[in-house]
Design a protein around this ligand. Structure first.
Ligand SMILES: [Zn+2]
Ligand SMILES: [Zn+2]
Length: 354
């Protein structure tokens, strides 16, 4: 097979410094790998963190990095022993959704069934792991999940945030006719809402400061709360006769939103934190969660949730397309990031089309 010598890539060089560049083509895939031609890449809240500060937590960007961990692609070439996430052989031409996390499958955490906590995890799209904001890349075949015609490339790229939402709801364990509050109605919050609804939880409250997100949340069956206009925790307590909700899920920027979620909870309730904090600090009033005996859980990536995400997307049980509000070509990725960061133009989810 012959390859072009160069390809277009979008790389982050430092805070708010993203450049459209020509870099070398990755060439043929190695054993267990595939060469992917990227079709669609989602822009995620964690990408915005990376873009703004060129770091996430204590991971600093030290050389140019391609972001983009939510993506769909076409298999262009397969290396020896290229078997997908279902352990079936991959062949060129297949459309796939890609799990950006590459666990080692051998460390203590992997052995115990927690690949999301892998001690040697390579993550494609967070420094130093290179992501998919480019035309071609290598990935382990095992990270690839073939898509049927019922799931288009946009939905394929949405399987990653949907997988995170599934893992979040697995940790939150909502129950039929038990109450849930979600702080943050961004892409992840709106996916969590749809899954909580499927689980039979009711009522479901959701808060955000952007009215267009709350409008959509209401269509999905939630009780919307504009946290810019009212005290969101007080509002939830009022609506539950002072009791609070059984489960509160933080899906915003993990700042004051964490305390707000804790304040909404009933005694003995469960707090699940899915957001990532900008200053790398988690702030909670100790007496609030101690007196309530709050069960606190943090979301770290996801477990083997792609097959379940695929089932939901194929069956149409979860709406993925309404969440995608904007599309940009690869060469306009820096503009897409600026628009998203400014929360202009009723943005929920942006897709980059390669
Ligand atoms: Zn993401
Ligand atoms: Zn491992």
């Amino acid at each position: 097979m012959s390859y072009p010598s160069e390809m277009t890539a979008v790389r982050l060089h430092g805070p708010s410094d993203m450049r459209v560049e020509q870099i070398s083509h990755p060439g043929p895939p190695g054993p267990g790998e595939v060469l992917l031609r990227i079709t669609t890449v989602g822009v995620c809240g964690s990408d915005l963190h990376m873009y703004k500060d060129a770091r996430i937590g204590d991971d600093l960007v030290q050389s140019p990095v391609m972001l983009g961990h939510e993506f769909a692609a076409v298999v262009e070439e397969v290396g020896p022993e290229a078997r997908d996430g279902f352990d079936h052989p991959l062949t060129p031409g297949m459309r796939v959704a890609v799990d950006p996390a590459e666990p080692c499958w051998r460390c203590e955490m992997c052995e115990q069934g927690h690949p999301n906590l892998c001690l040697r995890l390579i993550f494609h799209g967070t420094y130093p792991g290179q992501g998919s904001l480019c035309q071609w890349m290598h990935m382990p075949a095992r990270c690839c999940f073939p898509l049927s015609t019922a799931v288009d490339d946009t939905a394929g790229a949405m399987l990653e945030p949907l997988g995170i939402a599934i893992h979040t709801v697995d940790l939150a364990r909502p129950k039929v006719a038990k109450s849930v509050a979600i702080v943050g109605a961004g892409c992840i919050g709106l996916l969590i809402l749809q899954l909580a609804k499927l689980s039979g939880a009711t009522p479901i409250f959701i808060s955000d400061k952007f009215p267009w997100r709350l409008e959509l949340a209401e269509k999905y069956g939630a009780i919307p709360i504009n946290c810019d206009e009212v005290d969101q925790a007080k509002e939830v307590l009022k609506a539950t006769n002072g009791r609070g909700v059984d489960v509160a899920i933080e899906a915003a920027w993990a700042d004051h939103s964490v305390q707000a979620a804790a304040d909404m909870l009933s005694f003995g309730g469960r707090l699940v934190i899915a957001g990532i904090s900008e200053d790398d600090r988690l702030t909670l009033q100790h007496s609030t969660v101690r007196r309530k005996g709050t069960d606190i859980r943090l979301v770290r990536r996801m477990k083997h949730t792609y097959p379940r995400a695929l089932t939901l997307a194929t069956s149409g049980m979860v709406d993925l397309h309404t969440l995608v509000t904007h599309r940009f070509p690869l060469g306009k990725t820096p503009e897409a990031y600026e628009l998203n960061l400014a929360y202009r133009d009723k943005v929920i989810k942006i897709m980059i089309e390669v």
